[in-house]
Design a protein around this ligand. Structure first.
Ligand SMILES: *Cc1c(COP(=O)(O)O)cnc(C)c1O
Length: 460
């Protein structure tokens, strides 16, 4: 009976032949998907179920391949107005930095050579110098991301059993993407010594927790949420003073770590800078490279020469070290800041996008509406910094609002996401909105064409 039923299982070879030409994925991937689909049908048949026609088998394999193909990493147009969009790769690097990364990627580089002697050298030491100059810290070292930076610092300070890190209950936060401060701390072997309450923690709370087992005091920037009302927490200065008296380092997990005054840039709240933390007395400050700094994914540990030097010697530093592409991007991003004079805005896309004037955005939106036609109109919106930064800030922005003639706005949004290039907007009050702030000006014609194509298929 089985042998009869198994004829209802399409042959893998024939499935591959039928599909391979029609999709852009390599034949081996097609074969893998066909094999998995055939196995699924076979199981169904063996269990006494129905098989499928060959055409149905082909269609299932093709659907799965198309689904897979859509997951390819590729450029998209960001019409969400969220500048540091975690799902869209956080900070864009800009053409100058990207060109340098491309040049380093495509060939050999001076990654670990002293070009004067020809001997082996340290890994791109200039990066650390530039970042120290930029942050105002005595010393800097870099790893893969801010989570790694925090784990490195904590693990270094908590080697040995029972070493405690004192932290306020009001700062045991979740950042997103599975980053939970208490879990990160436990991963690193630190014993969490929670003090205070969710809304109030006093200096005396910290003081009472200090003892021979204390390895460090940790302050965590709340990043993506804020507390209002009956709240209290000691200043960083007071914590720094306490840490010094106790003879332990003060770690400040800043997360975004702005390099410029965000309040001067746009209608934004002030985001703490590394320099403020260092001046206040933090010994080790951890920040992300791809949040408000606007560089590549990276974790920067900035602080005193003594503590950063120790952290750099830790064997875990070797495990978490950056690759040459990250280092190239960090080097050029830091240069972009350091070559900016006075109050000028550094040539860093995250900053220039945030600083764009509504008037300029309005002119571009009007031009886009002209190109798209009568289903589009200029609208208003609010841009956000995103990436778990400045939850209280929204910057007034200009949008292109699309009301499809057929009426199905969610279907239009999906078609735009699946277009080429993909365009990601948002739906509000039954209208698809594309915030012009996060669209680069040189993407305008591609955007108009993508919207035109999506509207045309909607009518077809
Ligand atoms: C974002 C953030 C992190 C994690 O940074 P990644 O670079 O994504 O690892 C850690 N701590 C704080 C306070 C943050 O805001």
């Amino acid at each position: 009976m089985n042998s009869v039923n198994l004829r209802q299982v399409p042959s893998v070879e024939k499935l591959v032949q039928a599909v391979a030409g029609a999709v852009g994925l390599p034949r081996r991937v097609v074969a893998g998907v066909a094999r998995a689909e055939a196995a699924r049908i076979r199981e169904q048949v063996v269990a006494g179920g129905e098989g499928v026609t060959f055409a149905e088998g082909v269609s299932r394999v093709r659907d799965e391949l198309q689904r897979l193909e859509r997951t390819a990493l590729r450029p998209v147009i960001n019409g969400t107005g969220v500048v540091l969009h975690t799902n869209l790769g956080r900070s864009p690097l800009g053409p100058v930095v990207a060109a340098r990364v491309g040049a380093i990627a495509a060939g050999y580089s001076s990654l670990e050579i002293d070009l004067e002697t020809g001997d082996r050298g340290r890994r791109a030491p200039l990066v650390d110098h530039l970042l120290a100059a930029l942050t105002g810290a005595e010393a800097v070292c870099v790893v893969n991301n801010c989570a790694a930076a925090l784990v490195l610092v904590l693990q270094h300070l908590c080697r040995g059993a029972g070493r405690e890190v004192v932290v306020s209950r009001g700062e045991l936060i979740e950042i997103g993407g599975g980053f939970r401060v208490p879990e990160i701390m436990e991963t690193s072997g630190a014993v969490l010594r929670e003090v205070g309450t969710t809304n109030k923690t006093t200096l005396a709370d910290y003081e009472r927790a200090l003892g021979p087992a204390t390895a460090a005091i940790l302050r965590v920037h709340r990043s993506n949420f804020y507390q209002e009302g009956f709240t209290e927490s000691p200043s960083l200065e007071a914590l720094g003073e306490l840490a010094r008296r106790a003879g332990v380092p003060l770690i400040d997990d800043l997360g975004s770590g702005a390099m410029v005054d965000t309040a001067a840039l746009a209608a934004l709240e002030h985001e703490p800078t590394v320099l403020e933390s260092v001046r206040a007395g933090a010994d080790l400050v951890c920040i992300s490279g791809d949040k408000l700094m606007g560089g590549p994914q990276a974790g920067i540990v900035a602080g005193s020469a003594h503590w950063v030097g120790r952290v750099r010697q830790d064997p875990l530093f070797r495990v978490l070290r950056c690759d040459k592409l990250m280092l190239a991007a960090l080097q050029e991003t830091a240069r972009a800041y350091l070559s900016t004079a006075g109050d000028a805005i550094p040539d860093v896309p995250v900053l220039t996008l945030l600083a764009q004037k509504e008037q300029v955005l309005g002119d571009r939106a009007a031009h886009l509406v002209d190109l798209i036609g009568k289903q589009a109109a200029v609208g208003r919106g609010l841009s956000r910094c995103g990436g778990g930064t400045m939850p209280r800030s929204a910057v007034p922005s200009v949008t292109v609002d699309i009301t499809p003639a057929g009426g199905n706005v969610d279907a239009l949004a999906r078609r735009l996401r699946l277009g080429d290039p993909p365009v990601v907007g948002y739906v509000a009050n039954g209208v698809l909105k594309i915030d012009v702030r996060t669209v680069f000006p040189d993407q305008d014609s591609a955007l108009a064409a993508a919207i035109g194509a999506a509207l045309a298929t909607a009518l077809a």
